[in-house]
Design a protein around this ligand. Structure first.
Ligand SMILES: [Zn+2]
Length: 272
């Protein structure tokens, strides 16, 4: 594993995009799960599987203690779970959810919205409902209320086409979780069409399957598709360093969303 990849995993900083409308907002009364007792500060807690563990598994020798040993959640999954729980993202009745490259530990969240049409999709993973290329999504316009797309856009060859497809298949009022890795030191997204070999991509982007390494312009790239971009400094604003360590999430990681028209995400922003 290249050191640069480890570094960019560690530098998912919220200040890339500056402050958010949620910064400084008041508490909503949400109680963080797994609050430690007086003698439990040395253990970790995974909100996805509600499990206490003395240690989490290593990604590698440099990025240690980040994988839940029970449900395999990574920091991004635990952060999204906490966010979705606090803001009851899946409590309304959504008609349809598209989950791309679906993470098993997140599926229980979908059970909170009754009678939903839940569709899984991926180009390579087995046992998907739909085997699909996101740049040519095989769905009619305005098909989904929610799209979950975590660490997918980095590996798509044409992310502009993928974002246009997300915009097309989202219903008005819909939202998409579009989490990506962002390199804090990159003002602009690093992307070289000539870098097609695994070796070149590993050298340039830190991972052999990535097609780019996003920079500060990620939000603008999203909005070029017609979507509205939102960045939530959730861990920084709501969790704090002590609990961030307990959940093994990066305190400065932002959650990234795209919306089409006025959505629940926009409403969260507007009420601050
Ligand atoms: Zn877990």
């Amino acid at each position: 594993m290249a050191a640069s990849f480890i570094n960019f995993l560690r530098t998912l900083r919220t200040n890339v995009f500056g402050g958010s409308e949620l910064s400084g907002r008041k508490a909503t009364g949400f109680n963080l799960p797994g609050m430690p007792g007086s003698d439990s500060d040395t253990s970790y807690y995974c909100p996805c599987c509600e499990t206490e563990s003395p240690d989490f598994l290593n990604w590698n020798e440099e990025y240690k203690g980040v994988i839940c040993p029970v449900c395999d959640s990574r920091p991004r999954h635990r952060l999204f779970w906490l966010f979705a729980s606090e803001f009851r993202l899946f409590h309304p009745h959504y008609g349809s959810i598209l989950h791309l490259a679906p993470e098993p530990m997140l599926k229980p969240l979908m059970r909170l919205t009754p009678d939903v049409q839940y569709v899984t999709g991926d180009l390579h993973l087995p046992a998907m409902d739909v085997r699909m290329d996101l740049t040519k999504a095989p769905f009619p316009d305005q098909s989904f209320d929610v799209i979950l797309c975590c660490h997918v856009l980095e590996v798509v060859n044409d992310d502009s086409a993928a974002l246009r497809e997300i915009q097309r298949i989202l219903k008005p009022g819909g939202w998409a979780w579009i989490q990506v890795w962002v390199e804090q030191s990159n003002l602009a997204t690093l992307e070289d069409p000539a870098a097609t070999s695994p070796g070149d991509r590993l050298r340039l982007y830190g991972h052999e399957t990535c097609s780019r390494l996003y920079g500060h312009d990620y939000g603008k790239r999203v909005e070029a598709s017609g979507l509205t971009f939102h960045a939530f400094p959730y861990a920084h604003d709501r969790i704090g360093p002590r609990m961030a360590n307990r959940y093994r999430v990066e305190p400065e990681t932002q959650l990234f969303f795209a919306t089409r028209g006025q959505s629940k995400i926009d409403a969260l922003m507007a009420r601050q």
